[in-house]
Every structure is written in structure tokens, then in C-alpha cells.
Ligand binder design. Structure first.
Ligand code: NIG
Ligand code: FE
Length: 382
């Protein structure tokens, strides 16, 4: 029941659209929740006071797209790409072989290490997908390991079709036995809707089966080229269409006219040396935009939301304010959560203290470790 007041916050970015920035701010945390937000001069009495010395505070980043359950290393593939080889979805199968061969403990330790990296960079909520198992047992155990690490787990049995299985048989498995085994450990269902992975009809079939099993939908759409993924996502009221690197005008209009968030993953464009998504086009059309890391060993092996914010500003024509909003409030919308990604009474006390006077420094000082302290549910995690 101890109440703690954080005071002397030079700039508080709240992520709350109703009151997005407060200067000379303070906030009170009790029982893991924010219970008061305002100016330092009006801060109420509390059991404990922490003066943050004029620094900037922001909500914990919401990383709404990651693939943390894997084993193995694909740095040679990255090296080859940087020498000119194109990225294809095929590399996923390399990680599948390594993941299948790994023990539960190895997978858990690897994912836990990545989460520690994320905490150190200000992330307090992470969505974790399966998708490197591609067999009933291996997908189920990936999700079981993920549930120990986050509430936001996603069944991505439909990542690619594994070697030696026909696509029809695999879709049958993903919508049948594999779904039944995985659904108890998953909150979401996702499909990699892309040439070389799953087409529009298969995507719809898999998402619909997942929705029937009680899961929320999200879609990998438009990463390598335009396709039906965004329209399907909007039609099925998916929480998010992710990547959105290649969009038609109709896709942009569908996103703007729906509750489906466009989640942009600039780490993937960085690591595959691809053109970045046009965030300006989406924001100007009225779509809600999120930024996430897509942390995975193939196309985006970064755990850093600050790095993605910097890329979004420099390469995707977002302002620093739009980028920080996308990394907090936007991520929360992509997970359909009202209690994270914002600092307002009732929200989880997920707080990041920057060793900087403003969140602008996240893009202005790229690559510099500006995260000074992190609280998740009011508990220090970094
Ligand atoms: O989001 N696009 C599909 N899945 C991952 C890539 C995974 C991999 O290459 O291993 C992504 O970029
Ligand atoms: Fe992904």
C-alpha cells in the first residue's frame, strides 16, 4: 500500500491523447498502478518521494511484435545480405531446425536474455510469437515457454510451410490439431500472408479458425510486396496489420477506416536493406500507427525500441512525437490494451526515466543508452 511520488519530471510524455505532455510534472504510484498525475507543485503527500532531477519520463515501450522463442544464429545470412543477396522468407526454416533441436531450457534462457535486453532499453510489454516450431508439439511448447514471459502470446503456426509437408495438409493441421493444442497458451493468432508463405484464402481460413477458438487476430502483411493481408486484417477486425511496407491506396484507406493498427517494423527494413514503410502516408490518412522491433534472428535481430524510434524518425518521416506515440500508445492499441502505453490514473505503473530532458533525444542521440531506470507494474526492472 506504499505510495511513491515521482517528482521533478522535467517533461512527462503521458501517451494519453487527452493530455499528452506535462512539464514540471509529478506522478504517484501505488500497488503497481499510477494513481495521480499532475504538476510537481501540486503533488500530494506520499510515503516515499523520488526526485528525478528534471529528466524526461515516458510510459514503458509496448513492443507489440516479436519472435523471441528460437535457437540458433543467422549472422551469416545477414552478412550475405549485406553483400547483396536478397532477403527471402526461406531463412525461417534454418531457425526452425535449430529451434526444434533446442531444449525447453535453452529456449527459455535465450528468450529471457532478450527480455532483459528489452527492459534495459525501456520495454515493459512484449508480444511474443511462436512460429519457429511448425509442428504440433514444437509450436505448443514455444507458446508454453512464452506464457511464462508475457501475457501477450501469439500462435504463429502459419509462419511458413515446413519442409516435406504439402501446403494443404499444413493448413489443415494449423487450423485443426495444432490450433487445439496451442490455443490454451495463446491470446492471438497470426499468419505470415506473403508470397512464399500463405496466400489470401489460406490466411483467411487460418485467422477465422483462430478467432473461432477465441483468439484475437493479427497479420504479417505487405512485408515483401503488396498482397491481400491488409484487407483481410481490416475485414476480420484484426488488432494489427504488421510490416505494411508495401501498401496500395486501398490498403491505406482500409486501415484508416478501421480499428486495425498499422504496425511498422523498421528494424526489418534496416536488416534486410529494404525500402522503409511510408509512415507519413498512413498518419496523414488517419490510420493508427505502432512501431515494434520484430525481434527475430532472421530479418530484425534488434531488441531496441529506441533504435526503432530513431529509424522511424530518420527513415520513415515521422516526427519524434509521432514516433514515441507509436512506440507506446500505438503499441497498446495494437494489443487492444488501455492499461499500458499511457501514464494516467488507473494505468499500470510502467515507467521509463530517460537520462535526457526530452524524448526527442531518443532520435536526436541515436545509439546512445539514454534509458536510466525502468519500472514495470511499479517494480524496478532496470
Ligand atoms: O516478421 N515475416 C515473417 N517473419 C519474420 C521473419 C522471420 C525470419 O526471417 O526468421 C518477420 O520479419
Ligand atoms: Fe514478424
Amino acid at each position: 500500500m506504499t505510495a511513491t511520488v515521482f517528482e521533478g519530471i522535467g517533461l512527462l510524455y503521458t501517451g494519453d491523447p487527452l493530455r499528452e505532455e506535462i512539464r514540471d510534472a509529478a506522478l504517484v504510484v501505488q500497488d503497481g498502478k499510477v494513481i495521480w498525475v499532475g504538476h510537481t507543485a501540486q503533488a500530494p503527500e506520499a510515503d516515499e518521494r523520488i526526485d528525478v532531477g528534471g529528466r524526461c519520463m515516458i510510459p514503458g515501450f509496448v513492443d507489440s511484435h516479436s519472435h523471441l522463442i528460437f535457437a540458433g544464429d543467422r549472422s551469416a545470412e545477414f552478412d550475405a545480405r549485406m553483400a547483396g543477396r536478397p532477403y527471402t522468407a526461406g531463412g525461417i526454416r534454418t531457425t526452425v531446425a535449430a529451434t526444434r533441436a533446442a531444449s525447453d531450457a535453452e529456449l527459455a534462457v535465450n528468450a529471457g536474455g532478450l527480455i532483459a535486453e528489452m527492459h534495459a532499453q525501456g520495454t515493459t510489454t512484449v508480444e511474443i510469437k511462436s512460429g519457429y516450431g511448425l509442428s504440433v508439439e514444437s509450436e505448443r511448447r514455444s507458446l508454453e515457454i512464452a506464457t511464462a514471459l508475457t501475457d501477450e502470446t501469439t500462435y504463429l503456426g502459419a509462419h511458413v510451410v515446413p519442409e516435406g509437408v504439402s501446403t494443404d495438409d499444413y493448413v489443415h493441421l494449423v487450423t485443426g490439431e495444432m490450433l487445439r493444442e496451442c490455443a490454451p497458451f495463446a491470446k492471438w493468432v497470426d499468419v505470415f500472408c506473403e508470397r512464399g508463405a500463405f496466400d489470401g484464402d489460406q490466411t483467411k481460413e487460418i485467422l477465422t479458425a483462430g478467432i473461432k477458438a477465441g483468439l484475437g487476430a493479427r497479420v504479417h502483411a505487405g512485408q515483401l510486396g503488396t498482397g491481400p493481408g491488409v484487407q483481410i486484417a481490416c475485414e476480420l477486425d484484426a488488432a494489427s496489420a504488421d510490416h505494411c511496407t508495401y501498401l496500395t491506396d486501398a490498403d491505406v484507406a482500409a486501415l484508416a477506416g478501421s480499428q486495425t493498427v498499422a504496425t511498422l517494423l523498421p528494424g526489418a527494413e534496416f536488416s534486410t536493406r529494404s525500402p522503409y514503410p511510408d509512415a507519413r502516408r498512413l498518419i496523414d490518412a488517419g490510420a493508427t500507427v505502432a512501431i515494434a522491433t520484430d525481434c527475430n534472428p532472421g530479418s530484425s535481430f534488434t531488441s531496441s525500441m529506441p533504435f526503432c524510434v530513431a529509424l522511424a524518425v530518420r527513415e520513415m518521416r515521422m516526427t519524434p512525437l509521432e514516433a514515441i506515440r507509436a512506440a507506446t500508445y500505438g503499441g497498446a492499441r495494437a494489443l487492444r490494451r488501455d492499461d499500458i502505453g499511457v501514464i494516467r490514473p488507473g494505468a499500470q505503473a510502467d515507467l521509463v526515466l530517460l537520462d535526457a530532458p526530452s524524448y526527442v533525444h531518443l532520435a536526436y542521440r541515436p545509439g546512445v543508452p539514454l534509458v536510466k531506470a525502468v519500472w514495470s507494474d511499479g517494480i524496478p526492472v532496470f
